[in-house]
Structure formats: C-alpha cells, structure tokens
Design a protein around this ligand. Structure first.
Ligand code: ADP
Length: 160
C-alpha cells in the first residue's frame, strides 16, 4: 500500500518553509497531496486558483507531489484521497498549541488518520505567509523567503 499524506493549508502564498517541508515529506511518504483550503471565511490575498498555480509552478512536475483544492472537513477529504496521514509543518513553539488542538480534534473525528509533523530547516523557522504578505505590501524585499515565481506574483499584486 503506498503511503499517502495530505498537506493542508492556505498557502497564501507558498513560501520557502512550505517547500522545505514538502522536500522532507517525499522522503517519508510515497505521495503527498498538497491541499489548498478553499475557505470562504478566510480573506486571502490570492484566489484558490492562483495559489494552486503558484504551487504547481514552484514544485515543478515531481510525480510524488500533487496539488489540489479542498473544502469541507479535512478528515473527509483525507479519507476520500486514500491517505492515512495529515502532514503539518512545525516552526517555533508558537505553532504547537494550535497544531496540537487540530491534531487531537482530527483524531477524534477520524481515529485512523494520524497527523505527522515535520520541522523545517531553522533558516525558515520565522517565515510565515502572513508576514511575507505584510512585508511585500509595504514594498519590502521578500526574495529570501519565497520562490522567484511567488515574488513576481506578489509584485504584481502590489505594483509600485
Ligand atoms: P494554515 O492557514 O492552515 O496555517 P499555512 O499555509 O499557513 O496554512 O500553513 C500550512 C502548514 O505549513 C502549517 O502546518 C504550518 O505550520 C506550516 N508552515 C507554514 N510556514 C512554515 C515554515 N516556515 N516552516 C515550517 N512549517 C511551516
């Protein structure tokens, strides 16, 4: 049985931290499905289609990685995809409490689905999509935090 993980998130936009987690994950799983949350309640800078297109451009055509969107309950999507694990990234301690709650809730909803955490390289510990969006909106240089395609897309959103 191939081991499949679902890596859910907003990816608004994808950062070097996300990419690092994915490169680590394909060493552990046969396949990783990057699942872009199509969450109507969350105000995003990039539309789901834009976030998917950026991920595909950045990740290239690695047969071990698929990019998709999902809405509704994560554990339902995970089971529909034939996956057994939810993949999440951990940065500093600040992520822990929220991620812990989420993992326990998902385990209650679907005991067969486990959450697996991977840690990024410490170079990416402080990177978050929200900080990248803020810096880019204020005209700052985000080239060390995101792939080149994302930097271009951010510049197009904030011309001048
Ligand atoms: P969400 O809105 O679900 O938090 P994100 O796109 O912000 O979506 O994050 C998706 C996952 O990637 C989360 O598990 C988050 O902790 C992780 N992540 C985001 N940035 C980094 C980073 N720099 N290093 C490690 N993990 C990260």
């Amino acid at each position: 049985m191939p081991k499949i993980a679902v890596y859910p998130g907003s990816f608004d936009p994808v950062t070097n931290g996300h990419v690092d987690i994915l490169h680590r994950a394909v060493q552990v799983f046969h396949k990783v499905v990057v699942a872009v949350a199509d969450n109507v309640n969350k105000r995003c800078l990039f539309s789901p289609a834009e976030r998917v297109a950026l991920l595909r451009e950045v990740l290239g055509d690695d047969p071990r990685i698929e990019v998709d969107t999902f809405s509704g309950l994560l554990v339902d999507y995970v089971q529909r995809r034939g996956a057994t694990s939810v993949l999440r990234g951990l940065r500093a301690l600040a992520d822990f409490e929220y991620e812990f709650q989420l993992a326990v809730m998902n385990r209650r909803l679907a005991p067969a689905v486990d959450t697996v955490f991977l840690m990024t390289d410490e170079r990416y510990f402080y990177i978050s999509s929200s900080l990248v969006r803020e810096v880019a909106a204020l005209g700052g240089d985000v080239s060390q935090f995101v792939p080149a395609a994302v930097e271009r897309a951010l510049r197009a959103k904030h011309p001048g």
